[in-house]
Design a protein around this ligand. Structure first.
Ligand code: ADP
Ligand code: ZN
Length: 207
């Protein structure tokens, strides 16, 4: 199955993607994770992307389209894929249709108020990649899964978050109509508990 997770930053796409990918045996392709690792490793793509990512702007379409084209050509995508964070513009969506069009697009819907709360309290593990919210952590600095240090992402500061939300509304939200018109859009309520969101997604996928 070829899937796209659409939805604003902080909607819980990454958390849901991990569960769904394991169930369907398809790779979880997060362009945000790919870019952060490219930046950390100072690859040519990372050097191009750094300033955009840190300010909450979108990295130019051509950079992302090439990155995804290459990733989807890997053998592990033979059974499908789950894209998380791509496409984010209509241009990227048209390019994806030419590379390997998705079967279904899940829109994880959450209000801006709730997104703001989630993102400002988000912490990520430096080792296992887990994502947590301070409201559920005993210690804000220690990963409850593996014990490694937790950090706040550089783009999870209040100013950058508000940039990312406005970028989402102007550039990415139009994809809701794009995929709706193609009959591929399924909407789920991302404000519910994680387990309930997973069930709603599985229902939408017919699994
Ligand atoms: P979020 O929590 O905002 O969903 P991601 O981890 O998906 O964050 O992405 C972080 C940043 O990486 C974005 O704010 C943007 O700068 C860059 N990025 C990720 N995917 C794309 C894309 N498809 N097009 C352009 N920029 C992207
Ligand atoms: Zn960890």
């Amino acid at each position: 199955m070829k899937l796209v997770f659409l939805g604003p930053p902080g909607a819980g796409k990454g958390t849901q993607a991990q569960v769904i990918c394991e169930k369907l045996s398809i790779p979880h392709i997060s362009t945000g994770d790919m870019l952060r690792s490219a930046i950390a490793n100072k690859t040519p793509t990372g050097l191009k992307a750094k300033a955009y990512v840190e300010s909450g702007a979108l990295v130019p379409d051509e950079v992302l389209i090439e990155m995804v084209r290459e990733r989807l050509s890997n053998a592990d995508c033979a059974n499908g894929y789950l894209l998380d964070g791509f496409p984010r513009t209509v241009h990227q969506a048209s390019a994806l249709d030419e590379i390997q069009a998705p079967d279904l697009v899940i829109d994880v819907d959450v209000s801006d108020d709730m997104l703001l709360k989630r993102l400002t309290g988000r912490r990520v593990c430096t080792k296992c990649g887990g994502t947590f919210h301070i409201s559920t952590l005993e210690n804000e600095n220690v990963c409850p899964v593996c014990g490694a240090p937790l950090i706040q992402r550089k783009d999870d500061t209040p100013e950058t978050i508000s940039n990312r939300l406005s970028v989402y509304h102007t550039q990415t939200a139009p994809l809701i109509d794009f995929y709706s018109a193609a009959g591929k859009l399924r909407r789920v309520d991302g404000a519910a508990q994680p387990g309930e969101v997973t069930n709603a997604i599985l229902l939408a996928l017919g699994c």
